[in-house]
Design a protein around this ligand. Structure first.
Ligand code: CUA
Length: 346
């Protein structure tokens, strides 16, 4: 009994520590939740931990300094002297070594559990909600394939979502591990080949959210970017209806566009790219059905304009070395025609 009592000061922090660690070891679930409020809470929580740890650090340092000052002496032996009062020492260990740390850990654990339960509530609402929009995002070296299975829409490097509506991202990869990262929303989740992870999202504000790949994936990892565009419900239904349309056939009275269409269909482009409604059905590169409606080229690295499109087609290797699109050996007239055709795909 006496032995047990002697060990109590050490048992308390040990058990609280184990409890804190195991409380985060619930069933591992590949789910991340991000909505604007949670992102703010999630961002502030580490600062709270930092503040509490800071106070404890300063207090311990002051006590330590005081102990050194109180026992200052020229005689080194005095420092290792036996304590005068063993009971007093045990009491101090109990207070500063057990009670205070245990209380701090319990408070932090309580706050984490509160945040987790808040997330869980949001999670449990989302799958049952018939409003939920499902978006499949597939990572490729080094671009993003974006699918809306409920609407038969496929696009690339931009994710358009309505605000104030629960969104479920189903994330996977075609090659190696990537990670979908939305820094402003405090959301990041790995995309692994052969596996689907789910990210739940709910945003309140219209705007463009920068997206990045958060897992090193080779030469152009840093240039694997996208835009997530939050729009109103009306704008979204307009956008999705437009994206669900197949590409228009070229206007036969416009000879340049027609020539570009023929150049595309007669070249290697069709083996890698899809343009819905035509014979181009490749799946190696991004779907180009509505390329002209997108803001960027090369997975978020260039504004989508005439000059950049020209540079990209002629030799994208000078812009994004190592990407899987080979240089196209076309003459100037063919390039002009090709771009004229691609610019009709809005
Ligand atoms: Cu994909 Cu890093």
């Amino acid at each position: 009994m006496t032995t047990l009592r002697k060990h109590i000061p050490y048992l308390i922090p040990l058990s609280v520590g184990i409890l804190t660690i195991t409380s985060s070891c619930t069933e591992s679930s590949p789910i991340v939740v991000a909505n604007t409020d949670d992102a703010v809470m999630g961002n502030n929580f580490p600062w709270l931990i930092f503040a509490i740890i800071g106070i404890i650090f300063v207090a311990v340092t002051l006590i330590f300094a005081w102990a050194i000052w109180r026992n200052r002496t020229d005689d080194d032996i005095a420092l290792s002297a036996e304590p005068e009062n063993e009971q007093e020492v045990t009491r101090l260990i109990l207070i500063f070594g057990s009670i205070i740390p245990a209380t701090a850990l319990l408070i932090l654990m309580g706050i984490s559990l509160f945040l987790v339960s808040d997330y869980s509530e949001f999670m449990s609402l989302t799958p049952d909600d018939e409003n939920t929009l499902h978006v499949q995002v597939i990572g490729h070296q080094w671009w993003w394939e974006v699918r809306y299975p409920e609407h038969d829409v496929v696009t690339a490097n931009e994710i358009v979502i309505p605000i104030e509506q629960p969104i479920q991202f189903h994330l996977t990869s075609d090659d190696i591990i990537h990670s979908l990262w939305l820094p402003e929303l405090n959301a990041m989740l790995n995309m692994s080949p052969g596996e689907t992870s789910v990210m739940l999202l709910d945003i309140d504000e219209v705007g463009i959210y920068e997206g990045l790949c958060g897992e090193y994936c080779g030469l152009q990892h840093a240039n694997m970017r996208f835009e997530m565009i939050g729009v109103t419900e009306d704008e979204f239904s307009q956008w999705i209806d437009q994206q669900a349309q197949p590409a228009p056939l070229p206007d036969t009275t416009d000879s340049l566009v027609l020539e570009g269409y023929q150049a595309f269909m007669g070249s290697a482009c069709v083996y890698c790219h899809t343009i819905r409604g035509t014979q181009a059905t490749g799946v190696i590169g991004p779907d180009l059905t509505h390329i002209a409606s997108r803001n960027t080229l090369g997975a978020g690295i260039l504004p989508n304009n005439h000059g950049n499109l020209m540079g990209w087609i002629i030799n994208s290797q000078t812009i994004k070395p190592g990407n899987y699109m080979p240089p196209m050996y076309l003459d100037a007239e063919q390039v002009d025609a090709l771009i004229a055709y691609l610019e009709t795909l809005d």
